[in-house]
Each structure stands twice: as structure tokens, then as C-alpha cells.
Unconditional design. Sequence first.
Length: 257
Amino acid sequence: MKAVTKVLGVRIVDGGEEQDARSSRRPSSVEGFGRNVRRHRQKLKLTLRDLADRSGVAASTISKVENGLISPTYDKILQLSVGLGIDIDELFYAQSRGMVPGARGVTRAGQGQVLQTRDYRYELLCSEISHKKFVPIVATLARRNGRTRPELIRHQGEEFCYVLSGRAIVYTEFYEPLHLLEGDSCYFDSEMAHALTSGSEKDAVILWVASAKANGLANLHERNAMEGEAPPPSRRQLRRADILAAIGAHPDPDRDD
């Protein structure tokens, strides 16, 4: 009979075989995500208006999210996590635990926490560990179906994407659209308005890694406000001309000019 040891929520079986104790958890749904938002809001005794004021997301939008009527975009997910004072993983997985020395998360194939939006299917990986420095996601980019340039969003942080299959297009406010093939990658500033779509009539799948510094910046701004100090300026507050001048030395490799 094999001995089983449990370390940080992971079952270690003699002989090197191991299994995440939560690997059998079911992926999230729009309704499940909404329930988590409501649970955290009510735990803090916040009204919809209170959370709207804290997050910058309209109260009507929060109500629709909580009732599973709409799927929020990634920027709205970040805003809600900051408004609730929790890590983004806690909105997807109720039993997530904080990062501690020696912690490790395991996600078996197809067992990530899933949220479907109009343009993306997000599958969050290793969401049993919260307060990570990076948020790893496998994202499916919906095929274009004749649609034109997508709506661009912006949020704090930095992002990396790597095309696992298909073709992807990275749209940003300062560069021409960047076409990525399987095996190509891109790293960019998330405060620059951006969006990704499939570059063909088939869905594309990418590994999408976002930094989790949004929560840290929010906490810093809160501390500064309590101490009567102005929050540090974000790159979004810089003049557009300054940003264009700065990136002029590093033009898009796909541009002709």
C-alpha cells in the first residue's frame, strides 16, 4: 500500500507519483464567477454602489456580472478585484490560498478555471494559489467572423503572450497591428490600450501571462491617500507625444516606415 503525504494541499504518493488535491475541481462558469463577486461584496458589507465607487465599475454592470448575465472583460475583472481588496484568483476559485515559501500549484490539462467572454475564453492556471506575481492564462481567441478592429482595453501591469496554435493579431494604440504565427511571442505595457484576436477564420490559442502588480499599485495608492500624499503618476497620465517619442526608437518590426 502506497503511503500518501499531504504538503501544502498537494498529495505526494510514494514512487514519485503526485496529484493535486484540487485537480478534480470543475471549471468556473459565468454564474460561478458572479456568485464569487457577490459573496466577497456581501462579506465586506458593501452595496452595489459602494463597490462601484471602489472599483470604478458601474453598479448596473456589477449587478449583471453577479447575476451571470454578462462576462466582464479582463480590465473589469482587475477593477473588481482591486475594489474588493482581493487577488484576481480569489474571484475564480473560492478556496485559493496565498503564496508562501515552498508553495506550488498544479493544473491538469483542461482543469483550469474558465470564464467565457465575447472575444476570449480565459482558462486561469494554478488559481489555487493567490497573490502570485504573475497570472498565467491559456486564452482562446475567437475567430474573426468578418469583424473589424476589436475594442481596445487598458489596465495596470505588463503582459506576455505566446501563440500555441493558430494565428493571432495584437492591436495596440501606438503600433500597427502585429501578426503572430504559432511559436511567436510579444511582450507589452498593459497601460497601452490593446486587444488580441484570431488572425484567421479559426480560433487561436495563446499562453497569456499578465503581471499582478495592479493590486500592489492599488494598495500603494491607498496608503498614500491615507498619508495625504498624491499617488504616483501612471504611464497613462504621460503625454501621448512623450510615449510616441519614447517608442519611436523601438519601432514595430512589421512596419514599413
